[in-house]
Ligand binder design. Structure first.
Ligand code: NAP
Length: 187
């Protein structure tokens, strides 16, 4: 989750200090990391979150939160952004609409790669499909940030291995917010 957020923001999005980024679908595990990491660059973060996630996204540091369950993000964002990071399972038309929010020369990075990231060549807005890759150095850096308490990982719950089926059932209902740690049996 941390690697996906890092690579989206910095490897692909080239986010730099003071830029403005829209994180669509910030309420999930990748979003929690992305909001914190973007804020660490002193960027302005606009984030979408539903009622169940809004508090977590706010505490991650988002400057502005748009409730995607009651409003349309494309009508709420009135000032162009340098980057859109899409983490939400929107449909292709909604993804295309997000491109219109990006300033000329900006970028849209998409993680929901079952549909290709749209571009706007006339305005020089690039759409990038992100495929996370393993990177030991980046992972070590993220661990350092966690150790220094500069990056928080949302742990929803710790469950014994024997309760894994129930955990899957809860997760499929969308009832697990954040990451669950499965604790193996100890001798
Ligand atoms: N390509 C890659 O290499 C790669 C790697 C990792 C993850 N991913 C993908 O990246 C996405 C994010 O991962 P994740 O683990 O953070 O997923 P997640 O925990 O499911 O979070 C996605 C969030 O999107 C929000 N959402 C749902 N419908 C929305 C809508 N219509 N508009 C705006 N927000 C909406 C939900 O938040 P609310 O609670 O606010 O409703 C949900 O928490 C997933 O699709 C995952 O498959 C791709």
């Amino acid at each position: 989750m941390g690697l996906t957020a890092w690579q989206a923001l910095f490897d692909h999005g080239k986010l730099t200090a003071g830029q403005r980024v829209l994180i669509n679908g910030a309420g999930g595990a990748v979003g929690g990391h992305a909001v914190q990491l973007a804020k660490s660059t002193r960027s302005c973060v606009v984030a979408t979150a539903g009622p169940r996630s809004a508090e977590a996204v706010k505490s991650a540091g988002a400057d502005e939160i748009i409730d995607h369950t009651t409003t349309s993000v494309t009508s709420e964002v009135t000032e162009p952004v340098d980057m859109v990071l899409n983490l939400a399972p929107v449909d292709p038309a909604e993804l295309a609409a997000l491109v219109t929010l990006v300033r000329p020369g900006g970028v849209l990075v998409n993680t929901t790669v079952w549909m290709p990231a749209p571009s706007d060549e006339e305005r020089g807005v690039r759409g990038i499909d992100l495929f996370v890759r393993s990177d030991a150095d980046q992972l070590a850096h993220l661990v350092e940030l966690v150790d220094r308490e500069e990056l928080r990982v949302a742990v929803a719950e710790r469950v014994p291995l024997a309760e894994l089926p129930a955990l899957h059932a809860h997760a499929s209902e969308g009832a697990v917010h954040g990451k669950a740690i499965v604790v193996p049996l100890t001798a």
